[in-house]
Ligand binder design. Sequence first.
Ligand code: PEP
Length: 248
Amino acid sequence: MRKLVAGNWKMHGLSGDLGEIRSIAEQSLDYPGVDVALCVPSILIERAVREVPDFAIGAQDVHPAEKGAHTGCVSAQQLHDAGARLTIVGHSERRAAQRESDVEVQAKAEAALASGLDVILCIGEALPVREAGLAVETVVAQLGNSLPGALTAGTELSIAYEPIWAIGTGKVPTIPEIGEMHDALRALLEQRFGSAGAGIRVLYGGSVKASNAAEIFAVPNVDGALVGGASLKAADFIPIVAAAAVEA
Ligand code: PEP
C-alpha cells in the first residue's frame, strides 16, 4: 500500500510560513511513491492552496453540520470550498480540550467524507490505560465507536493511531506494541468493511522523527504517519517522507 505522511501544524503558522509549505511541497516531489499532506490552521488553508495548488492541504477539524448557527465553527463544505482536500477528525487534543465524544467524531467523519474531503480519524490511549494493559481493547473499541457507518466513493478514510502519551513527548511505544495495535485495528476494519477495510491506511502518530521513522514504517500494517512537531520545517519533515519512500 502507498504510504501517507501527513503533517499536523496544530495552532502554528502565519503568512510568513507559506514559504515553508512551498519547500515541503516542492521537496515532496522527489518522493512520488509517497502521498504527502499538510493539515494547517483553517485560516491558512486558502493561502496555502494558492501557494501550492498541486499539493494536498488539509484541515484539522470540521463541524458535523452542513451549515447553521454554530458561531466560530467551520463546515466540511466550507473547507472543501477553500481548497482543502482532507481533514483530521478526533485528534486527542480536541477529544480532551473540546470534550469530543466518539459519536461526535463519527458524525464529523461522515460529514467530511460526504463533502468530498478525505479523512484522517485519530484514536489512541492515555498512559494509565497502556500501563493497565488495556490499550488494545480500549483503542479498538474507540475506533469501533468512531468509524463512519459507510465508506464514501471518491473520498478516502485513513486511521491514525496516536497514543496520547507519545504526542509531543519524545516517547514512542515499542515496535511490537505498535505492531500489535495496528494488527488489531486492521482486523476491526476488515470485520467492519470487508475487503475495503484491507485498503484503509492505518497511520502511526506520536513523536515520529527522522531518527525513528524507518523502523516504524517497516512494521506491518503501518501505512504512514501523522506528524506534529516534526512537520513544521521541511528539514525535519522531508527525511520522514524519504523514510516512507524506502518502505513503500
Ligand atoms: C500529533 O499531534 O498528531 C502528533 C503526532 O504530534 P507529534 O508528532 O509532535 O508527537
